[in-house]
Design a protein around this ligand. Structure first.
Ligand code: G4P
Length: 192
């Protein structure tokens, strides 16, 4: 796990009930660019060997960590979209994703030409919770005929089923911080 990130979660993260971690002062509302650069460097170090040709994420909160990872690996970033302009004329890959947090579905979308069959795609996101987003992204990558080179999340909520579901599909997600449980005011990381 990434020590500087853990310390930041402990100092600024806020557990709301047992399920939701607010990190909006440094990750997904106000963003700390220096921490994001460190996160990008850490993902780049971890995934250096997988020879990714693209980093992919899902708008909106995945963009900051994915961008810094792509910068460190010197490959393009592809942002998968949750809503699509009606005037898009090019060929699109789409798959439905259910958001448990919002209780709704969206159509995850990417232009086919931005993921080529020879690509090795590293998927990066801010949270791993139920794994729906990552599974949807993996589906699009497979629809493009490309390979998932790796999966990384900034914060994993290990008490939710995301990791097990991804492992069930043959993926091995890497988390920079993994939370075992939370209660109002208390955040417990998993043992390393
Ligand atoms: P899943 O993709 O792992 O299945 O997750 P789920 O449907 O439960 O969560 C969907 C959204 O909620 C994602 O953002 C995810 O980043 C966010 N999320 C999940 N757990 C937490 C949490 O504990 N704290 C915070 N702050 N966010 C959480 P999204 O709705 O797609 O939004 P955005 O990327 O547009 O910001």
């Amino acid at each position: 796990m990434m020590e500087v990130l853990k310390q930041r979660i402990l100092s600024e993260g806020r557990a709301v009930g047992k399920e939701v971690l607010l990190v909006d002062s440094f990750i997904n509302h106000q963003v700390d660019p220096q921490l994001m650069a460190q996160i990008g460097d850490e993902f780049a170090r971890i995934f250096r060997g997988v020879e990714a040709t693209r980093v992919a994420t899902i708008e909106t909160s995945g963009i900051a960590p994915a961008m810094m990872t792509a910068l460190a690996l010197k490959v393009p970033l592809v942002i998968m979209k949750k809503s699509v302009s009606a005037i898009l004329s090019e060929e699109l890959l789409q798959t439905p994703v259910h958001s448990f947090t919002k209780g709704s579905n969206y159509l995850l979308t990417v232009k086919r030409r931005f993921i080529q069959p020879q690509d090795r795609v590293l998927f990066i996101d801010d949270f791993l919770a139920n794994g729906e987003a990552a599974l949807g992204a993996a589906k699009l990558i497979a629809m493009a005929g490309a390979q998932v080179a790796g999966m990384g999340c900034v914060i994993e909520k290990a008490f939710q089923p995301g990791r097990a579901r991804l492992q069930g599909e043959g993926y091995n997600p890497v988390a920079l911080a993994s939370i075992a449980w939370m209660e109002d005011g208390t955040i417990q990381f998993t043992e390393e």
